[in-house]
Design a protein. Structure first.
Length: 186
């Protein structure tokens, strides 16, 4: 990858792709001028995959909350990288600094699930925030697979913009499916 600022991102060989895959955890962002595959797993968190469609440079982020001070699960003082505001601004700034153009940025959004019925809907707040951020920044997402009740595994190919998406049923989804199956059997 050649980007020292992303040396902390874990990489793992994936023979399906014939190369290493950068694995993003909550609070990470990563970008590359070289073709690269990035992976993350999302629940209520949101990930933006952004690339300059002409240059083929791109990156991904994974944020937990929109902004500092978001109740009920945030306390001030955590790492800034876990917030959407930081994650989006830094990823976009990296792309622009490396020759990308704001009017060529291709944006794909994923996540924001509500995995548990009894918990506050952090995913909904993340979705509302990211869509408003894109509107204010004049970014038009070409894909927005957001919300619902399932986690998502995302593989992002920075050069082509290709995404492989795997949906993972949540407990809520499984309970709802079992209720529907029971009703059909009766």
């Amino acid at each position: 990858m050649g980007e020292d600022e992303f040396a902390h991102i874990q990489r793992k060989r994936d023979d399906r792709f014939g190369q290493d895959v950068a694995i993003l955890l909550p609070g990470d962002y990563c970008a590359s001028r070289e073709p690269m595959v990035m992976y993350t797993m999302l629940g209520s968190c949101v990930s933006a995959c952004i690339r300059d469609s002409l240059l083929g440079i791109g990156g991904m982020n994974h944020f937990l909350l929109p902004e500092p001070g978001q109740p009920p699960c945030d306390t001030e003082g955590g790492p800034l990288s876990r917030y959407g505001q930081y994650a989006m601004e830094h990823l976009i700034e990296w792309l622009l600094r490396h020759g990308g153009s704001q009017d060529r940025l291709e944006v794909k959004l994923f996540g924001g699930a509500r995995l548990h019925d009894k918990m506050s809907d952090v995913g909904r707040r993340n979705i509302e925030w990211i869509l408003e951020f894109c509107r204010r920044s004049h970014l038009n997402p070409v894909i927005a697979d957001l919300g619902r009740f399932h986690a998502r595994g995302i593989y992002y190919f920075t050069q082509s913009g290709r995404v492989l998406l795997r949906r993972v049923p949540s407990d809520s989804e499984g309970v709802q499916q079992r209720k529907e199956d029971t009703r059909r059997d009766a």
